[in-house]
Design a protein around this ligand. Structure first.
Ligand code: PLP
Length: 396
């Protein structure tokens, strides 16, 4: 590996830290499909590797690049974002107390509630925009983990990582941050006091909607981190070698993609924030957003590619708008180069805090003018009743 110190993130990302294939001199690292490694007659392992569940040479380049991005002591790849997040909670002990947000990635919230009941974890869901609510929920000595997601899905409210880290550490607990929407380009939670940062690498880190992957990165390799690594080793929730290789390829363009997606989201949010067919544009980059000052402090270089529009006319109008879109792809997920739209409430179900008139938009890297024009025509058609009712199956 070359000495990449002193270079800016765009540079060492594009160069993937300058790693080359040692065996051939190939400028792109090799894919390592082997699941098992040679053992010598004296029972030693000459390559230092034994078996691919604990030892996977194909992960090293992506894990090192992510650690550099996050300022982490170590990073681990997992089979998915859910595999990463659930490994963290599975490293806790029965009886431990956990605080998590009311508004967060819905599938993880649902799993956490079920797992807490099975594993005898005590869990409180709080409004993480309100640090007083978190302070009231913390139980010093009993609370072991505080989980936050910022900006959070699908309202894109922010959590003040520094403030929450202070409260969490004061109670003797660890702070873990789901940084999927912000990406380490815009927010580096470990620098703000968090202990662990998680990404659904399926989203921006890979960026092309063709890899399922998750990551955890730690500030310190302490006993809890060893337990997390043990969950991965024993359960084998790891990506395949090709997925790890694709992730590294995707990460090389992360800075460019995030910059463009953020600029597109800002343009879309600005355009529709005062639109007669839009009740509200939810985007932390808007000066009118109640947490804009925090967003400016906590997010550097942009406010991310995710926003939501609350459509005037309610749920029917929102579904009809999604149905009338031609360029935005109706699909779940986020963070790819192509723009996606989703009527989120119909995905999350009846116990969701998501408003029924909300369309979640993941801005890709297309021309902002094309994205805006498509939304304009869809809102117009939906408002005129064209296509109303067509979108009943949007989302799932
Ligand atoms: N966290 C956030 C914010 C997400 O949006 C998602 C997936 O949509 C996940 C975690 C879970 O990631 P994965 O789908 O890779 O398991």
């Amino acid at each position: 590996m070359e000495d990449e110190q002193g270079l800016s993130a765009e540079t060492w990302l594009a160069r993937a830290l300058g790693r080359h294939d040692g065996a051939t001199g190939g400028v792109v690292p090799a894919i390592h499909p082997a699941t098992t490694f040679l053992r010598a007659g004296d029972l030693s392992y000459p390559g230092g590797l034994v078996y691919a569940r604990p030892d996977n040479p194909g992960f090293a380049a992506a894990e090192a690049l992510l650690s550099r991005l996050e300022g982490a002591a170590e990073s681990l790849l997992f089979a998915s974002g859910m595999a990463a997040a659930t490994a963290l909670f599975q490293a806790l002990s029965p009886g431990d107390h956990v605080v998590a947000p009311k508004v967060m990635y819905w599938a993880l919230r649902g799993w956490l509630k079920r797992f807490a009941a099975q594993w005898a974890l005590e869990i409180d869901l709080v409004d993480m925009t309100d640090t007083a609510a978190l302070a009231a929920a913390l139980r010093p000595g009993r609370t072991k983990l505080v989980w936050v997601e910022t900006p959070c899905n699908p309202t894109w409210d922010l959590t003040d990582i520094s403030a929450v880290a202070g409260l969490t550490h004061g109670a003797g607990a660890l702070l873990a941050v789901d940084g999927t929407a912000a990406t380490p380009i815009l927010t580096r939670p470990l620098e703000l006091g968090a202990d662990i940062v998680m990404h659904s690498a399926t989203k921006y880190l890979n960026g092309h909607s063709d890899v399922l992957c998750g990551t955890l990165s730690c500030a310190r390799k302490d006993a809890f981190w060893e337990r997390v690594a043990g969950v991965r080793r024993d359960q084998g929730g790891i990506p395949g070698p090709f997925e790890a290789w694709l992730l590294l390829r995707g990460m090389r363009t992360l800075a460019l993609r995030v910059e463009r997606a953020s600029a597109n989201a800002m343009a879309v949010a600005r355009h529709f924030s005062a639109h007669p067919r839009v009740a509200a544009a939810l985007y932390p980059g808007l000066e009118s957003h109640p947490q804009h000052a925090l967003a400016r402090r906590q997010m550097q270089g942009g406010f991310g590619g995710m926003l939501s529009l609350r459509v005037a006319g309610g749920e029917r109008a929102a579904i009809a708008t999604a149905a009338a879109l031609k360029l935005w792809t109706r699909a779940t997920s986020l963070g790819g180069v192509e723009s996606l739209v989703e009527h989120r409430a119909s995905v999350e179900g009846p116990d969701s805090p998501c408003p029924p008139d909300l369309l979640r938009l993941s801005c890709g890297i297309e021309a902002a003018s094309d994205l805006i024009a498509d939304l304009e025509q869809a809102l117009e058609r939906a408002g005129a009743g064209v296509g109303a009712g067509v979108g009943a199956g949007v989302g799932k």
